[in-house]
Ligand binder design. Structure first.
Ligand SMILES: NC(=O)c1ccc[n+]([C@@H]2O[C@H](COP(=O)([O-])OP(=O)(O)OC[C@H]3O[C@@H](n4cnc5c(N)ncnc54)[C@H](OP(=O)(O)O)[C@@H]3O)[C@@H](O)[C@H]2O)c1
Length: 252
């Protein structure tokens, strides 16, 4: 067995699932570089985790984000895994356009900006197998009227990963592995908005499932088994019936 230290960058390491993935990777001996927008929180995480050796404030909605990410990758000496957790979301039955556009900026445009940068970086380095793992959501399965941009951008993320998987075949980039992670509701600040969310998952357990799934080379990781059943059921519902279902947990 190789004793080489593995290196990862976690984008969105200051909170929720990203924070727990940092903890899990560190526990398993990975060297980790962390990023997000909140400098003070990044510093706290770095102080808590000895395996975190570098940090960089990055806002993925800004044009300089790819350059800053590449600098961070170089500072930790390359990567075996890029983990993209950054995302925002709202229940928005009022259809506040500002919230919808902010969601698209972060979850679709910011996501594309960063994942493309990493893809190009890895494509030029075929000597080193590496993974790109991103979080979509079970919200990708069907259009959710209570969270239009969130649901649509999560579909986008998922679809984009499928596209990149095929692109890897077209360009013979067999050293790049792509992972689309699809959790159900996870108890993090993202859903601490006062609305009711059923079947909440523990973020530490979710992080363990994520790291295990990546280690096993899974291209799609739906967490957990109850949500696997739920989305299988959702897929069977025809569109005419789906649009009539009042699926929302937003409190009025
Ligand atoms: N919680 C759930 O129920 C759930 C379910 C399915 C999927 N997901 C997805 O899982 C991912 C993580 O969500 P979470 O629940 O862990 O939420 P969270 O606790 O709110 O964490 C979101 C992370 O995204 C970062 N972020 C937000 N905007 C950013 C930007 N412009 N640039 C860089 N980083 C940014 C935040 O860091 P800063 O604020 O420091 O920038 C934070 O670290 C999201 O993509 C979310 O859609 C969550």
């Amino acid at each position: 067995m190789s004793t080489k230290i593995k290196r990862a960058i976690v984008m969105g390491a200051t909170s929720g699932i990203g924070r727990e993935v940092v903890r899990e990777l560190a526990r398993q001996g990975w060297q980790v570089g962390i990023t997000g927008r909140r400098d003070d929180v990044l510093r706290d995480v770095m102080a808590e985790e000895h395996q975190v050796t570098a940090m960089q404030r990055i806002d993925i909605t800004h044009d300089d984000a790819p350059e800053l990410l590449l600098q961070l990758i170089e500072r930790i000496g390359g990567i075996d895994l890029y983990f993209h957790s950054s995302g925002i979301g709202y229940q928005n039955t009022a259809l506040d356009t500002g919230k919808e556009l902010a969601t698209v900026e972060t979850n679709a445009l910011g996501f594309t900006r960063m994942v493309d940068a990493v893809f190009h970086y890895l494509a030029e380095r075929p000597e080193r197998p590496a993974g790109i793992a991103v979080i979509s959501s079970i919200a990708r399965t069907k259009g959710l009227g209570a969270a239009p941009a969130y649901s649509a951008t999560k579909r986008y993320v998922s679809h984009y990963m499928e596209c990149l998987s095929q692109l890897c075949r077209i360009r013979h980039l067999s050293h790049i592995r792509l992972h689309d992670i699809r959790p159900g509701f996870v108890r993090t600040p993202l859903i601490a908005d006062g609305n009711g969310y059923p079947m909440q998952l523990d973020p530490q357990r979710v992080a363990r499932s994520i790291v295990r799934g990546i280690g096993r080379g899974r291209s799609v990781i739906t967490i957990d088994w109850r949500y696997r059943l739920l989305v299988a059921g959702w897929r069977l519902i025809p569109r005419w019936l789906w649009v009539r279902l009042p699926i929302s947990t937003e409190k009025k």
